[in-house]
Ligand binder design. Structure first.
Ligand code: WTA
Length: 654
């Protein structure tokens, strides 16, 4: 408990709010809280109704839910196939010519793939995998760049009932090796190389390195992407284009059980050893489709772009399974936002007439840093809904996104969820919810969430605490691959019968959630428990600041003191005067208690490849400690530079 009696003190107050516009509401799918009320009144009946609406079943389920804490089974006894739901039924209904993906490669090559074409390709590859000996239940590793063969491979696995384990294409050989061994995968699907910012990522070479220590892998399938030279091991390695040659474009889908494993995905390791999160068939598909449909207000003419990588859960759910399940047209882009220039995203939106954009706050803050002239060069008027995910979004970044990308017109939906939750849990519904910049607003229909104190009791409005989920939901993880005990300990031990998400949040007088980061990141300054997010948001609220990361540093006087790493917007100069100004700015916005003791400028912050700031490393730097694990870092050079700056700034404390 803190000096003030709150579990986490809340200091920052945001007063702006945006109700849905009449124009948006006229077309919106949901405009009131009737779904929330129906779900609260009878959750199982509610989910049963959604399962009939969204999924085509081969065989109906017997029971909606078996719940033996902490293990849930949804739609028990039901039979279905995820790839059938994502492909065949749209084609059977006469929508085979609808575009599934407008794909664009980093070098500018493009492919347009209809639902009928995607189905044919998936069937051929599924048949090829069967020919390689893959059977229902076998695990398949996938290590590919953002090319159409990535969703094809996932859907082909789903079609034949082989759970996949996708490894993000930016990860190293060690990451591939560890994940393949943990899952005991029998086949690995990779590419010769991938494109990134004009350079080549050596995926096949990394795979070869990894496979020296992966005894379970018998076959490797290699997609030709760049045409670069790679070595092929006879008997083990096969070109993708060779093995689909001559395969039938018809492939009978396996009738899977609702609770059969669809995939494992390892959580982005900002802390300990990665965990293989398990998601199963029916509940995951339903939950992804339901949330995608309503949060992004999907319409028949929606052109949807989720700019994440398929290697993360955001891409699994919101690039592959949910949009295809809902029969939507998506944009898929292979490369980085600044290749060949800093307006690449905005030119894609203009070209394809994108109506929904879903991306991460870290991308938005990067665009703020580059300046608003890049989006201003393009017509972005097709956009109707903007979304964010992955980290708390600072109110100023939220406002910038709405203004410079959304033309002061579009709703911004801040969506909170986790690899473990399968889909979005806390988010506005854009036609129904009044938005507040920086708040993920309210739990979605059917989601029972709470903010609780150390004893697991709900905190009062206006207070901060730990986020928990109090009832099972269809998209929830079914455990950790091979480690039920770790599953129980990580998520269910702290509060007994509530799922503990590891995040802190404040709940306001309207019941809105204000996420404050991982609870491990909370600082204790003179007995006040202060969230890193709030101080970061205050800093980003200053005109000169594009991005900030805040960590605690031990302090003889106050226990912990606040250290801030700050990235400036284009056009602002680093200076001692600016440091003084930023310190008083935070004191003015939040209070003297939150005034950073120490500020360093940096051109960039250390982030994971999924864009999360690695505060653990910043704490090591602030404390002048040996650095912990840096293998998930996107750019290792940043850390050395920061260390140098940290030593230089040491004298400027005050
Ligand atoms: C953080 C990504 C605040 C949070 C889908 C969570 C967020 C972790 C938000 C999960 C948000 C994600 N506001 N924080 N809208 N979305 N987070 O597993 O700390 O990569 O626990 O899943 O990201 O990250 P993961």
């Amino acid at each position: 408990m803190s000096a003030s009696g709150n579990t986490i003190d809340t200091l920052l107050e945001e007063r702006r709010s945006f109700p849905p516009s009449d124009e948006f509401r006229r077309r919106a799918r949901v405009t009131d809280d009737s779904l929330h009320r129906a779900a609260a009144a009878d959750p199982e009946a509610f989910w049963a109704e959604q399962a009939l609406r969204y999924i085509t079943w081969f065989q109906p389920w017997e029971r909606v839910l078996d719940w033996e804490l902490p293990f849930a089974r949804w739609f028990v006894g039901g039979k279905l196939n995820v790839s059938f739901n994502c492909l065949d039924r749209h084609v059977d209904a006469g929508r085979g010519d609808k575009v599934a993906y407008h794909w664009e490669g980093e070098p500018g090559d493009t492919r347009t793939i209809t639902y009928a074409e995607l189905l044919a390709e998936v069937c051929k590859f599924a048949n090829a995998l069967r020919a390689l000996g893959v059977r229902r239940g076998d695990r398949v590793g996938i290590y590919l760049p953002m090319i159409p063969e990535l969703p094809v491979a996932m859907l082909a696995c789903a079609r034949i009932g082989a759970p996949h384990s996708v490894v993000f294409g930016g990860f190293s050989a060690e990451a591939v090796r560890d994940r393949m061994n943990d899952a005991e995968a029998t086949v690995l699907i990779t590419a010769d190389e991938g494109w990134r910012r004009g350079g080549r990522v050596p995926l096949k070479r990394n795979s070869d390195d990894a496979l020296q220590q992966c005894p379970s892998i018998g076959s490797v399938v290699v997609v030709r992407r760049t045409g670069g030279d790679v070595s092929m091991t006879r008997g083990r390695d096969h070109w993708y284009h060779d093995i689909i040659q001559g395969q039938s474009s018809v492939c009978e889908p396996e009738h899977m059980d609702s609770e059969d494993l669809l995939f494992t995905l390892y959580t982005s390791g900002t802390t300990a050893r990665p965990k293989g999160i398990k998601h199963t068939t029916a509940g995951y598909l339903l939950y992804g489709m339901f949330t995608h449909d309503l949060v992004f207000d999907i319409q028949p003419d929606t052109v949807y772009w989720c700019a994440a990588d398929v290697g993360w859960v955001t891409g699994h759910t919101y690039i592959v399974y949910a949009p295809l399940g809902n029969g939507v047209t998506s944009v898929m882009y292979e490369g980085t936002p600044d290749h060949p220039a800093r307006d690449r995203w905005w030119s894609l939106i203009e070209h394809y007439g994108v109506t929904v954009l879903y991306c991460a706050p870290t991308a938005i803050r990067t665009f703020m840093k580059w300046g608003s002239e890049f989006p201003a060069q393009h017509d972005l008027s097709s956009l109707r809904v903007l979304g964010t995910v992955g980290e708390p979004i600072n109110p100023e970044a939220w406002m910038w996104y709405r203004e410079h990308i959304g033309g002061n017109r579009t709703p911004v939906v801040d969506t909170w969820w986790q690899t473990e939750t399968g889909g979005i849990l806390i988010s506005p519904l854009p036609g129904a919810t009044t938005l507040k910049p920086g708040s993920a607003t309210l739990p979605l229909p059917g989601v029972a969430a709470a903010v609780v104190d150390e004893a697991g009791r709900p905190v009062a409005a206006g207070s901060g605490g730990y986020v928990t989920i109090t009832k099972p939901w269809p998209g929830m993880l079914r455990g950790i691959w091979g480690d039920d005990e770790r599953y129980r300990q990580t998520y269910w031990e702290r509060f007994g019968d509530q799922y503990f998400a590891g995040d802190g949040a404040r709940i306001d007088e309207d019941g809105y959630y204000w996420f404050m980061g991982r609870v491990d990141d909370v600082m204790n300054v003179a007995g006040h428990r202060i969230s890193t997010t709030e101080v970061e948001s205050a800093l980003v609220g200053h005109l000169a600041v594009a991005e900030a990361a805040v960590v605690a540093k031990s302090d003889a006087e106050t226990g912990q003191a606040i250290s801030a790493f700050v990235t400036l917007r284009a056009g602002f100069e680093e200076s001692t005067a600016l440091i003084t100004e930023l310190r008083s700015h935070v004191a003015k916005v939040i209070g003297a208690i939150a005034r950073p003791k120490w500020i360093a400028f940096t051109p960039d912050l250390p982030k994971t490849r999924s864009g999360k700031i690695m505060r653990r490393l910043l704490r090591d730097i602030a404390e002048n400690r040996q650095l912990g694990d840096t293998t998930t870092l996107a750019d290792a050079g940043i850390v050395e530079d920061l260390r140098r700056r940290a030593t230089e700034e040491e004298g400027k404390e005050g």
